[in-house]
Ligand binder design. Structure first.
Ligand SMILES: [Fe+2]
Length: 291
């Protein structure tokens, strides 16, 4: 696959401090076309109130730069924030793309939430990427690379010298993504991380989250070489089995993300909220004693 890794890709990033999520805007300056990766729909779990503040900020930047949004991309079905994918599609007409294994994730979670009315064929999204499939943003051609493990549907998007790695690796001082959600697998994630580390050394790996351990400054990307040499979960685990063991031990100590229940219900629908009931209010479900 020709990755044009000698070209420095135009990337602008937005940080949501509530969920530690990084949203990335990738632009082809020659055509003025762009893609927005992993957007955020703000959600207050205490009140159940949604807001489009974060998404509107990204849309305002796209507008201010005179860009045309060609793709809304999801690296995976997030469990810690709601995606603004559907809202952005409504506003711009841009199609939403995700890895084709989203169908597996929909299958699992329509079971968890007992949502027989939610399709499990990926039809809420506009395009389901195959592994290695090319993606064009104007004249900039990249591709989707499947990187499962955190979830079965995780994909990395590679555009020139920039790769958007979703929840695989985090910053070197924080490590890597948990693998204890339904369909997660530590050995599978280890092998996906090796695929990412096989990209050229200078490739910039853009994070989906930065948790700023110790209150350090925000980290948006690291090179392949930096991750290989410094990532605390790579330097301490010599192979897939050791990594999976470390991951399972660590995951057993983690509590569920605050927004997992609302996030997953909304994100398997590409960010579309459930239809209002006959009183005009939309509702999400809360499974008891299940997770
Ligand atoms: Fe995630």
């Amino acid at each position: 696959m020709d990755t044009h890794s000698d070209i420095k890709t135009d990337v602008e990033s937005f940080f949501d401090p509530d969920t530690f999520t990084l949203t990335h805007l990738v632009t082809d300056p020659a055509s003025g076309k762009c893609a927005l990766i992993d957007s955020v729909l703000d959600f207050d779990p205490k009140s159940g109130r949604t807001s489009t503040k974060s998404a509107d900020k990204a849309l305002a930047r796209i507008d201010a730069r005179g860009l045309t949004l060609e793709w809304v991309l999801e690296t995976h079905v997030h469990a810690d924030h709601l995606t603004a994918g559907s809202y952005i599609r409504e506003k711009t007409g841009a199609p939403i793309g995700i890895g084709a294994n989203v169908r597996t994730v929909q299958d699992v979670f329509t079971g968890v939430f007992n949502l027989p009315g939610v399709a499990t064929d990926g039809s809420q999204f506009d395009h389901l990427f195959a592994d290695g499939e090319a993606i064009s943003i104007g004249g900039l051609t990249g591709y989707a690379m499947y990187t499962p493990g955190h979830t079965p549907a995780c994909a990395t998007y590679v555009f020139g010298d920039a790769a958007f790695i979703g929840d695989t690796l985090f910053a070197p001082d924080y490590g890597s993504a948990r693998c204890d959600f339904p369909g997660g697998d530590g050995e599978v994630l280890y092998n996906s991380i090796q695929k990412i580390l096989a990209l050229p050394d200078a490739t910039r790996l853009f994070l989906c989250h930065d948790y700023q351990p110790g209150g350090r400054e925000l980290m948006i990307s690291n090179t392949v070489a930096e991750q290989r040499q410094q990532n605390v979960h790579l330097t301490t685990c010599k192979d897939a089995a050791a990594y999976a063991k470390m991951r399972a031990d660590k995951d057993a100590t983690l509590s569920m993300p605050v927004l997992i229940l609302p996030s997953v219900q909304v994100n398997i629908r590409a960010g579309k909220l459930p239809e209002p009931e006959d009183n005009g209010t939309r509702y999400l479900k809360l499974p008891l004693d299940l997770l």
